[in-house]
Design a protein around this ligand. Structure first.
Ligand code: BGP
Length: 471
């Protein structure tokens, strides 16, 4: 492992900061989301209602407790910390000309605190978050105007922080908005709310196109003004396996993988691949793409690929129903792997496979910016004995090392998702914990917010100190 390898942790603004309405921040799409659970989906309320508990309003109060949190990250030995900027702190409604200085100053404070410990911040510009006003007034990213609004926001923060941040990611898990089975991803990724009569796929592809163009324009801006900075895309990359060696299973698996590869193909190669153009033609989907868009995509290709990796899926071409809840026809439980309590398949070898397929396809550096284990912590001992989390992380890191050392894949960093307990994105729960650091807060918002090191804290500290030798 190279000495420059970026070990660290990852979070997103809306899942940790709290202080949802302080210092001029506007309402973000996550601020109107209720709490859900494994079996009950989160809901959107069209306005903030007093008698409802909104988990993202308070997060883990990192907004005020950042010094304590960053000191713990420093103790872990983090080389990097992946975080996001809440767009609604900088432009409360999203369409103002002038930014909110208090929001900008807040992130200066955070970056300076990280840099004090030589922790390099990696910033996601939009991690499932945009000002809610952009949904109600513009309909989210299906509206072409969002490209300019996003680029204006991006230029504002890049101009302000370019000397402090080297690695930038544009949209978190940009491909996940294609999950139209769930309302949550299209809503938080792209600000989309659907009417029953809507052609969801057409709207979704149009919004995705606007995001890909916005992302490319940001990269073009950086290339021109700050050429030493690195801009990456961020893709949720869960591999899809054929359930059997039946050739039809392989074809279905390949087709389902298109929902991952399309974003990589456009962001890295700078143009739409034929398979998607053919799919649109066959389905009668019309996506409005201008000549300028095409040249922006071509000129704004990314420097590296950021991925989140949690799970893998398997598809069986004879199945007509989704039996796993993974969101596509034919997906079926894989008998060779176990799952978490939230039914997320655990597949470390799939990470090695993913890194290989990505590198063979794109030959660009890969940054694993999310990987982690969501579970209920057992509080019966003074130090939380989260051996399952250690086992999960150790297995994935070990497969990543094989990809680097045996297969020759270029991986530049690894950040544990939710290195400190955060509000779960899909469920809004606190009890689905990923942290190496426990936060005393429950699903109703009660708790002292005290931070406690789990057993995995000491373990990961050793992993980093030995540069991945002691796993
Ligand atoms: C990814 C998101 C994160 C994060 C993670 C775990 O999709 O980028 O924001 O939350 O998944 O998901 P959850 O919190 O629902 O367990």
């Amino acid at each position: 492992m190279k000495e420059t390898f970026l070990w660290g942790g990852a979070v997103a603004a809306h899942q940790i900061e709290g202080a949802w309405d302080q210092d001029g921040k506007g309402v973000s799409v996550c601020d109107v989301l209720t709490a859900g659970s494994h079996s009950r989906a989160r809901e959107i309320t069209s306005s903030i209602q007093e008698d409802i508990y909104y988990p993202n309003h308070s997060g883990i109060d990192h907004y005020h407790l950042y010094k304590e949190d960053i000191a713990l990250f420093a103790e872990l030995g983090f080389k990097t910390f992946r975080m996001s900027i809440a767009w609604s702190r900088i432009f409360p409604n999203g369409d103002e000309k002038e930014p909110n200085e208090k929001g900008l100053a807040y992130y200066d404070t955070i970056f300076d605190e990280l840099l004090k410990y030589n922790i390099q911040p990696v910033v996601t510009l939009s991690h499932f978050e945009m000002p809610y006003h952009l949904v109600t007034a513009y309909g989210g990213f299906k509206n072409r105007k969002l490209i300019d609004l996003f680029v204006h926001y991006a230029k504002t923060v890049i101009n302000r922080y370019h000397a402090k941040i080297n690695h930038w990611l544009t949209f978190n898990e940009i491909n996940n908005q294609m999950n139209t089975k769930s309302f949550l991803f299209p809503y938080t990724n792209s600000g989309l709310l659907f009417e029953p009569e809507d052609n969801r796929q057409e709207i979704m592809y149009q919004a995705l196109h606007h995001e890909l163009v916005a992302s490319a324009r940001v990269k073009k801006f950086v290339k021109l003004n700050y050429p030493s900075l690195q801009v990456g895309c961020m893709i949720a990359w869960s591999p899809v396996y054929p359930y059997s060696c039946r050739p039809e299973d392989l074809l279905v698996a390949n087709r389902v993988m298109h929902s991952r590869t399309i974003c990589g193909d456009v962001s890295v190669r700078g143009h739409y691949p034929n398979y998607i153009l053919k799919e649109w033609e066959a389905k009668g989907i019309h996506v409005e793409i201008t000549e300028e868009d095409l040249s922006d995509l071509k000129e704004g290709t990314v420097d590296f690929i950021g991925i989140s990796y949690y799970v893998s899926h398997a598809v069986d071409s004879t199945q007509k129903e989704d039996t796993t809840g993974a969101g596509f026809i034919g997906s079926t439980p894989n008998p060779y792997i176990k799952s978490t309590d939230w039914d997320w398949p655990i597949d470390p070898v799939g990470l090695r496979y993913t890194l290989n397929t990505l590198y063979e396809r794109y030959e660009l550096p890969i940054f694993i910016v999310e990987n982690g284990f969501g579970a209920v912590d057992d509080l019966s001992e003074e130090v939380i004995q989260d051996d399952d989390r250690i086992e999960y992380l150790a297995a994935h890191i070990s497969e990543m090392k094989k990809a680097i050392e045996i297969d020759g894949v270029e991986v530049i960093g690894y950040t544990v998702w939710g290195c400190i307990d955060v509000v779960s994105f899909t469920t809004g729960e606190m009890k689905k914990r990923y942290g190496l650091i426990y936060v005393d807060k429950d699903d109703e918002g009660n708790g002292t917010l005290e931070r406690r090191k789990k057993k995995s804290f000491d373990w990961y500290q050793q992993v980093i100190a030995s540069n991945g030798e002691n796993i």
